[in-house]
Design a protein. Structure first.
Length: 462
């Protein structure tokens, strides 16, 4: 019954099929009549078996209005920030939330949002926490060892960790963030007998955002397609552009993916005085950028465009907050164009969302985006934005009122947009428009409420 995932017959694949049949306890020759050499689809076969066989029918007793939110890390990133805000927002909606994280600092960079989670008093548990050990979870893992042993090592380890976490926290909803976490969450979900799984996919599908991501886990597309046919599963994205992207990739209707836009938390507190920290005049103009120094953010285009704008302006500067593997290239470009001291690489700051107050305008020059948090956070602090028109960017600003959506991406066009805002826009009016736009469309309370409603809708249908 799994030949649609594994293709035409070969001697090697027939042997693999028989091995899987034995391990899964399936009837001989039931897994496939036709198969190929592609071992990468073993994970899809196992998930299909769990869905069809009704594994985990002895479900655990869940705690009402509780959710286990799963993510791979708390390294500084847009999805990780939304995980934290979702946990905090749901708590304000009356839900008990636990954040389960594979490794808090998976990148070993020291750049995490752990202190943000701690400041919000969130319950964050790493997958390998010894306190998750229990006889009950160990017995479930032992009973399903034949299934789990056929997974890739990382998928097996994550699945077992999530089983332990579910049995420890007893959530009513399991909410896995980003594609790679949805698969092991689904395996654990069916093994323990949970009946409510939510998957928040990436901002754009792997073919449109990160081809390497798809190559590392080629089974994800087929696995997500299967899950979309399960009554107890819902797929979420944070933008209409993302919904369209995944609908194309999965070959499903857009109606099968719900949109819950990102939320932003603005406590109205005092921002960081970045001009003082950078030792630049308090009345100077400052173009800001908050992004990782990686190719898809196009930091060299950002530098060239910012420099074209500020090089002939008195007391005008530009600053990038963020780190990444392109730092040396960016440093070299700043030196080559003679912008040392005028364009500043400030590095990573966990309080980056408080730095927008020092900006006159925020610039984003990405080649690909989903729904960029940097634009939302900037406008939440009353600062207009200029951005390339990619992904869901057009959903995240009001063109001509809270920012400028670039019609093309040449340096002259970007300079003109920046100059127009700096010279011609009334900053008091613009600031008010920015705050109003974000409050209505991207408020944290709205995001938490929409998420809660998605949970309740799923539970009411199970």
């Amino acid at each position: 019954m799994f030949e649609k995932y594994l293709g035409p017959r070969s001697t090697e694949s027939s042997r693999i099929a028989r091995s899987l049949e034995i391990d899964l306890g399936a009837t001989p020759h039931s897994i496939m009549e036709y198969a190929d050499r592609n071992l990468s689809q073993t994970e899809s076969v196992i998930l299909e078996h769990l869905i069809r066989s009704g594994e985990g029918t002895t479900s655990y007793e869940a705690e009402e209005e509780s959710v286990l939110i799963l993510t791979s890390s708390l390294n500084a990133g847009g999805a990780e920030r939304q995980v934290i805000l979702t946990g905090a927002g749901l708590r304000n909606q009356g839900w008990k939330s636990t954040i389960g994280v594979d490794r808090i600092d998976a990148q070993h960079s020291g750049e995490t949002l752990q202190s943000m989670a701690e400041s919000l008093d969130l319950n964050v548990i790493e997958f390998r926490d010894v306190n998750l050990q229990s006889d009950e979870a160990d017995e479930l893992i032992r009973l399903h060892a034949n299934i789990l042993s056929n997974l890739r090592p990382i998928e097996r380890e994550r699945s077992e960790c999530i089983i332990r976490m579910i049995m420890n926290t007893r959530p009513r909803i399991i909410h896995a963030w980003q594609d790679a976490m949805i698969y092991p969450a689904a395996i654990a979900n069916f093994i323990v007998g949970s009946n409510a799984l939510i998957g928040s996919v990436r901002s754009l599908n792997p073919d449109e955002k990160s081809i390497l991501h798809g190559r590392k886990r080629p089974f994800l597309r087929k696995s997500l397609r299967m899950l979309c046919d399960v009554d107890d599963f819902r797929l979420l994205n944070n933008s209409q552009a993302g919904r369209e992207s995944y609908a194309r990739w999965l070959g499903i209707s857009e109606g099968e993916i719900s949109v819950i836009r990102n939320g932003v938390m603005d406590d109205g507190g005092k921002g960081v005085d970045l001009k003082h920290i950078l030792d630049i005049p308090v009345d100077s103009e400052l173009i800001g950028g908050v992004f990782r120094l990686v190719p898809e953010k196009r930091p060299l285009l950002w530098v060239d465009s910012a420099w074209e704008c500020i090089k002939n302006r008195k007391d005008a500067f530009a600053v990038i907050i963020g780190e990444g593997r392109m730092r040396k290239e960016v440093e070299n470009r700043i030196h080559e164009i003679g912008a040392n001291g005028k364009i500043i690489l400030h590095g990573f700051r966990e309080d980056a969302s408080k730095c927008y107050d020092s900006f006159d305008v925020t610039l984003l020059t990405s080649s690909t985006e989903g729904l960029p948090n940097v634009l939302i956070e900037s406008q939440a602090r009353g600062v207009p934005v200029v951005s390339t028109n990619v992904g869901g960017v057009n959903e995240s600003l009001s063109d001509g009122s809270t920012g400028i959506l670039l019609k093309d991406e040449d340096i002259g066009t970007i300079k003109s947009a920046l100059t127009l805002i700096l010279d011609d826009w009334d900053m008091d009016d613009t600031s008010g428009a920015c705050r109003s736009f974000i409050e209505q469309k991207f408020g944290m309370e709205r995001m938490a409420r929409d998420t809660k409603e998605a949970y309740e809708s799923l539970l009411s249908s199970t």
